[in-house]
Design a protein around this ligand. Structure first.
Ligand code: ASP
Length: 625
């Protein structure tokens, strides 16, 4: 999987792109940044044995200093990595020694000195530049640093400061080599996407930020118009309608690294603004879109982290995913699938199962091989997982050499256990986690149980990435709040083989041409072949609750465009923040966004949002003058 690749640094020298293993070790950051400038001859992280004997200038931040009395060592840092400087009486002048003796972490300096090979016992294998050091003869302090509110050079064994502090002092946090590495990967991923799409004939076209409200399922951020009092622009939740209109306008293939803004109640790993690789294509079916995405992702992985992807990715219909895994985002790294045990577990004297079944629900379970070793406490934890996922709870049964144990063990002892064990391959040493209820409750609970049990047992290969196309989504699902049909993807998705009248008469039975791409149980990309038929589009909007007047007011421009010849079209949007976070192994997308908001939607560094001057509000008509 891991391979190191090389690219030129523009000066005829090969500059190493790092392998993922090197990223993890933080050996060096980026040697493609060799900019020779007025201040420096080479990047700190670029020094190698071949430079020994040369006198070179470096510029950067004081990362760490170690005073050994007589000799002073400083790690100098710039984006390319770390270099060891050494100051000593035999090679450093008095003036320079004086400056060096007062250096503080994060002072910015320029040095000049001779690069020398380190003696073999002083070679530092964990540093890309560890075979050499610079004997500094001159130093110039370019600017000083006050004492630091958070450390940049966090020792590996020490924990990072709280996220609140990191976000407040984001500039210092971003200086950490690990963070710089994240943004280098992000840059490479973005460039690779651009190249991949451009090479396939996609044009990069920008779409407006000040737009009209359109539904993407979330709340809009609104911008008051000063010129048109009482009217508002909406910030785009995605460029969805613009990109479709670009197809109607004949551009054939479009892409954009697009910022999307959604005023959602923030969940742990969401951001009010996030970035999508957004694309649309004309005259295409699903296969064309899948091939484009796979080609783009292959290039991204190759160029950003030097990893190979195996394509084509496997596929599964939505119906199969939901039946076998309880979710439309199955984590295929965990092999256990859901089983319908209703037949074996009803009519055996357990009232709850019987009543669930007579209400149209099912008793479903997941068999966890080797799971009988989980403790009572771990099993209680799993019960909570099921409840948190919306079920009434989970029941567990263990099969051991002695028989059954668990809350329903007694009933299983009477022969029912043999039947269920034979039907669902429950062997001694196994655990089965059961959830009874309507599928919409048991599915998410069993999905959560699968993931939680896999984590508890550490028995599943969580390292190898598993990609999956999920296809053939229904067009609508029931909105739990309103009880009305709501689009499962969005309202501009092409329904499958249906007339406008039939769609209105029986919306829940209509299929759609939407697809998602899932990586390790996380949805990374979604898209669809679009509805390009005005009558069908009207029918969809009417099913989700709009009358003709509202449809014309809000989507008249789209339906109007559809009157003048529309190419069949489709596209996708890929969550760039999430993709990069997964590539660098970050736990949150905030690690790969330079200036993210907190989960409470605040920018802690700059202090956003902020109260507004009453006069400005009056100018906008938001308060009396
Ligand atoms: N606009 C959609 C989204 O943001 C993606 C697409 O259908 O292309 O989810």
């Amino acid at each position: 999987m891991v391979r190191t690749r090389y690219a030129s640094n523009g000066r005829g020298e090969p500059a190493a792109l790092l392998s993922t293993r090197e990223f993890k070790r933080g050996m060096t950051i980026d040697t493609t940044n060799s900019g020779v400038t007025e201040y420096r001859d080479i990047g700190c992280g670029e020094l190698r044995r071949k430079h020994a004997g040369r006198t070179l200038r470096l510029a950067g931040w004081v990362h760490r200093r170690r005073d050994l009395g007589g000799v002073l060592f400083v790690h100098l840092r710039d984006r390319s990595g770390l270099a060891q400087l050494s100051f000593g009486p035999d090679w450093t002048g008095e003036e320079a020694a004086e400056v060096a003796s007062h250096l503080s972490p994060e002072d910015v300096v320029q040095v000049s000195g001779k690069v020398v090979e380190r003696p073999s016992d002083a070679i530092n294998e964990d540093m890309a530049t560890g075979e050499v050091e610079v004997l500094v003869s001159e130093i110039r302090k370019l600017s000083g640093s006050d004492s630091l509110p958070i450390l940049v050079a966090v020792p590996p064994e020490e924990q990072l400061p709280s996220e609140e502090l990191r976000l407040k002092h984001r500039i210092l946090d971003l200086r950490r080599p690990e963070m710089q590495q994240n943004f280098i990967v992000r840059h490479r991923a973005t460039q690779a996407a651009r190249k991949a799409l451009s090479d396939r004939g996609f044009l990069e076209i920008e779409t407006p930020f000040l737009t009209r409200r359109t539904p993407e399922g979330a709340r809009d951020y609104l911008v008051p118009s000063r010129i048109h009092r009482g009217e508002f622009y909406a910030l785009p939740q995605s460029p969805q309608l613009y990109k479709q209109l670009l197809m109607v306008a004949g551009f054939d293939r479009y892409f954009q690294i697009a910022r999307c803004l959604r005023d959602e109640d923030l969940r742990a790993d969401r951001q009010p603004e996030f970035t999508q690789i957004d694309a649309e294509m004309s005259f295409v079916g699903e296969e064309d879109v899948y091939a484009t995405c796979e080609c783009m992702l292959t290039r991204i992985y190759d160029e950003a982290i030097g990893a190979d992807l195996e394509t084509p990715f496997p596929r599964m219909t939505w119906a199969e995913a939901v039946e076998r895994y309880g979710t439309d985002k199955p984590d295929l790294r965990i092999p256990w699938t859901l089983a319908d045990m209703t037949e074996e577990l009803t009519g055996i004297g357990f009232g709850i199962f019987d009543s669930v079944a007579s209400d149209g629900g099912r008793v479903r379970g997941v068999v966890v091989p080797g799971g009988a070793g989980l403790s009572r406490k771990q099993l209680d934890g799993l019960d909570k997982v099921a409840r948190d996922a919306g079920a009434k709870g989970a029941l567990w049964i263990k099969r051991t050499d002695e028989g059954w144990s668990g809350p329903v063990a007694k009933i299983l002892g009477d022969g029912a256990g043999d039947t269920v064990a034979a039907a669902h391959e429950i062997a001694p040493g196994d655990l089965a986690l059961l959830v009874a209820g309507p599928d919409r409750e048991s599915g998410p609970a069993l999905d959560a149980l699968r993931r939680a049990a896999a984590a508890e047992l550490e028995a599943v290969d969580l390292e190898s990435p598993r990609w999956l196309w999920v296809t053939d989504f229904p067009l609508f699902e029931e909105d739990p709040e309103t009880g009305r049909p709501a689009p499962m993807h969005h309202a501009f998705t092409m329904p499958k083989d249906v007339t406008p009248d039939a769609l209105k008469a029986d919306p829940y039975t209509v299929g759609s041409r939407a697809y998602d791409l899932v990586l390790n149980g996380t949805e990374l990309l979604s898209g669809s072949i679009r509805c390009h038929d005005a009558a069908l589009q009207r029918a969809i909007l009417s099913v989700i609750g709009m009358d003709d007047e509202e449809i014309d007011a809000r989507f008249g421009f789209l339906l109007e465009a559809f009157r003048y010849g529309v190419p069949p079209h489709g596209g996708f949007a890929l969550g760039l923040d999430r993709l990069v976070a997964m590539m660098v192994g970050a736990s949150s997308i905030r690690e790969v966004i330079a200036f993210p908001k907190t989960t409470a939607a605040r920018g802690l560094m700059e202090g956003a949002p902020s109260a507004m001057d009453p006069q400005l509000l009056a100018e906008l008509g938001l308060r009396p003058a």
